[in-house]
Structure formats: structure tokens, C-alpha cells
Design a protein around this ligand. Structure first.
Ligand code: ZN
Ligand code: ZN
Length: 144
């Protein structure tokens, strides 16, 4: 049924477990204010997958959901509060936080929403002011 490698992930306490299979569509860092406020961290390391590549293998009824906007349905564990993934239905993709799939080799390719950054990262990767054009953004690049 599945092709490629499967990587297991879990929330902070382990009540919720997930698995992702194959390869993500994109990987990088998001500097947007929404990710910052929700995660209480300066940047968010994301891996974007086709929704059917992400499966909840344990504790599905222990997942809470919050959507401030129709673009992002943010999922967390009701026991520990740990973040698990975010569904982006308008984009047709699911963002699994790199930090919750430690066995997966995170290989970032881009920084998005760099126009909102509070932590400049000089790693030589492209810095987009918002999002790529194909994801509804301006596609504009910025200096590091
Ligand atoms: Zn948990
Ligand atoms: Zn963000």
C-alpha cells in the first residue's frame, strides 16, 4: 500500500502517535506571526505532505483542533498540549512539525513569511517575503 519510508512521530507525552510515509512536498522554516504565537517559538520548522501521507496511529480522539483562519487547522495533544501537525485545506497539504518526527531527515529549502521574522537566519537559503506564487503569495525574495 505505501511506497517509500515511513517515519514515526509523537506528541510531547506520547499519547498521540503519527506516521508519515514517502517524501514531503516542501520543507523549510516559517517566520509568520501566527506560527510564532501558537508555538511560542521564534520560527516553525515545517514539512508539508500530501494529506494521505500523514496517518494518526494512536490517540486520534486525544487531538484538539483550533482554526483561527480557514487556511490552518492546528492540531495538538489534549493531554500535554504538544503540537502535532496543521492541516492547510485550502493548500491541500498537511504541515507536520519537523520536531515531532525526529527520525526524518529535515532538509529545509526555503524560509517563508520572512517579512515577519524576529530571528534572522543567515544560512544562505532563499528568503521569501511571504509565500511562493504557486501557494498564493507574492513570491518576492528578501535579503537575509
Ligand atoms: Zn501528548
Ligand atoms: Zn507560519
Amino acid at each position: 500500500m505505501s511506497e517509500g519510508n515511513t517515519y514515526k512521530g509523537a506528541c510531547f507525552c506520547g499519547a498521540v502517535e503519527i506516521a508519515v510515509t514517502g517524501a514531503p512536498v516542501a520543507m523549510g522554516y516559517c517566520h509568520c506571526d501566527s506560527c510564532r504565537k501558537w508555538s511560542a517559538g521564534p520560527v516553525n520548522a515545517f514539512t508539508l505532505w500530501q494529506p494521505d501521507a500523514v496517518v494518526v496511529t494512536k490517540g486520534a480522539d486525544n487531538i484538539g483542533t483550533y482554526n483561527k483562519t480557514p487556511q490552518s487547522y492546528r492540531k495538538w495533544c489534549k493531554t500535554c498540549g504538544g503540537h502535532i501537525f496543521t492541516e492547510h485545506p485550502t493548500m491541500g497539504l498537511t504541515d507536520v512539525y519537523a520536531a515531532v518526527i525526529p527520525g526524518f531527515s529535515f532538509n529545509p529549502g526555503v524560509h517563508v513569511h520572512y517579512g515577519e521574522t524576529v530571528l534572522h537566519i543567515k544560512d544562505g537559503l532563499p528568503k521569501l517575503k511571504d509565500l511562493p506564487k504557486e501557494m498564493g503569495g507574492s513570491g518576492a525574495s528578501m535579503a537575509e
